[in-house]
Design a binder for this molecule. Structure first.
Ligand code: CA
Length: 222
């Protein structure tokens, strides 16, 4: 796995690079947003610090998202909830809080890459639930004729719920399916992605909260 580390702090960057290399991945590091935009093509996972010297990290994220499907993990300072929420809404797959714990970093990289590589497999088909159509092959979802601009994670979340239409999907199942581990995953990431997905769907009541259990969309997957 080729991992791009976008981080202007030398000591943080070298610690991340060592961690990535210790797991057998190849790490490359750039310290400016502009370099990240130039270098992203050679990499399968991107670790993105949000405080960069040249371009705001969130702008780098949005620009990267327009050109790559590679998983992007943002690195944030502790308690910077606003950046986390904005980052996830702008297309980040997950986030890591600095100082980044080695085990957590490696688990997240493994989880996001497993999810991304798996999503391309399986029999190509389209699921329709009520007004919502999910094209698993093209990875495009629509409400009637309105195509939705979903992030990779929002799409995965919607397709998981649509595949299980009519039954409850627990939070643990979602965390496990999307991030590979219900216990290491960020529960808050799920909330943010879910909120964003709902606002893009504009179908109040389509995704129903089953209090204390999980979520359900009504209907039969067709
Ligand atoms: Ca920084």
């Amino acid at each position: 796995m080729h991992v791009l580390i976008v981080e202007d702090d030398d000591s943080v960057a070298s610690a991340l690079a060592a961690a990535v290399a210790s797991a057998g991945h190849k790490a490359a590091r750039v310290s400016r947003g502009e370099d990240a935009l130039l270098a992203h093509r050679q990499h399968e996972v991107i670790l993105l610090d949000l405080g960069l010297p040249d371009i705001d990290g969130l702008d780098v994220l949005r620009k990267l998202r327009q050109v790559t499907q590679a998983p992007i993990l943002i690195l944030t300072a502790r308690d910077d909830e606003r950046s986390v929420v904005l980052g996830l809404r702008s297309g980040a797959d997950d986030y890591l809080v600095k100082p980044v714990k080695l085990v957590e970093l490696l688990a997240r990289i493994e989880a996001v890459t497993r999810r991304t590589s798996r999503s391309g497999q399986g029999t190509p088909h389209v699921i329709t639930v009520g007004p919502v159509t999910v094209d698993l092959d093209r990875r495009v979802a629509a409400v009637e004729t309105r195509e939705l601009a979903l992030t990779a994670t929002e799409f995965d979340l919607l397709s998981l719920l649509a595949r299980n239409a009519g039954s409850v999907v627990t939070r643990e199942q979602i965390l496990d399916a999307l991030w590979g581990d219900a216990f290491l995953a960020n529960s808050r990431s799920l909330d943010v992605h879910l909120t964003a997905l709902r606002s893009k769907l504009q179908q109040p009541g389509f995704i129903i909260n089953v209090r204390g259990v999980g979520y359900r969309v009504e209907g039969e997957p067709g």
